[in-house]
Design a protein around this ligand. Sequence first.
Ligand code: COA
Length: 231
Amino acid sequence: MQSIMEDISFKIIVADSSHKQFSSIIADEMENSAKARGTGIAKRSPAYLETKMEEGKAVIALTTEGVWAGFCYIEAWGHGKFVANSGLIVSPEFRKYGLARKIKREIFKLSRTKYPESKIFGLTTGAAVMKINSELGYIPVSYSDLTDDEEFWKGCRSCVNYEILMAKNRQNCLCTAMLYDPNAKRNHTEELALRDDFKKEIKLFDRWVRLKKYVMLKLNKSKDSITSIFL
Ligand SMILES: CC(C)(COP(=O)(O)OP(=O)(O)OC[C@H]1O[C@@H](n2cnc3c(N)ncnc32)[C@H](O)[C@@H]1OP(=O)(O)O)[C@@H](O)C(=O)NCCC(=O)NCCS
């Protein structure tokens, strides 16, 4: 039997002012999805998302009928030394059909065009996002390899795990840090081994997320040992 999704095609484009009409539905879905996952997020207002659209720093997915399907935007930190592709969201009815992968590819291309010298990073607990990032050339890194821009880290305040991040002196938390470095030497043996491991299957990412959650939450309960383990 043919699935409904096979009949739907999407346009994935750089957002502009004409897409401001979708800002509220996107902001609401970001919040609802975070609640459903039991995580916190850097809360974004519709007005903030509209700014990203006006600046040409967002990618939006729409069905050919004009129904909103997905979104992601760019944030620059540390005077543009770092760039994050943030707020990835796919409307629940269009999930698991490869849309997030397509949106991430487009926002990655847009980031490379707008900020060719910047390192691109992400912090995520999502197995899907880890997999897509690794396909794009990101590798897992420690938090000290990310931006030290205070404004970026302020975004973590609204996360349910903020206490853990602070207890670890901002060096680790439940999220996995991943980085794309345009100037990295790609033939470094250690990096390649790490990347190969991370390129395997989605099950590997799921296991990693579960293990990290288990260890970090356990550590938070026994504060004495909280500084002694680094994943
Ligand atoms: C995470 C999210 C963006 C994925 O969107 P999607 O369009 O369903 O993802 P895709 O179909 O492109 O899937 C990409 C890969 O991830 C896998 N995947 C998708 N959702 C997954 C999930 N919840 N758990 C584990 N793997 C998942 C897919 O199987 C696919 O891997 P495969 O090619 O090996 O089969 C979407 O579920 C969402 O919007 N969630 C709420 C917001 C969120 O979590 N954003 C990420 C914040 S970092």
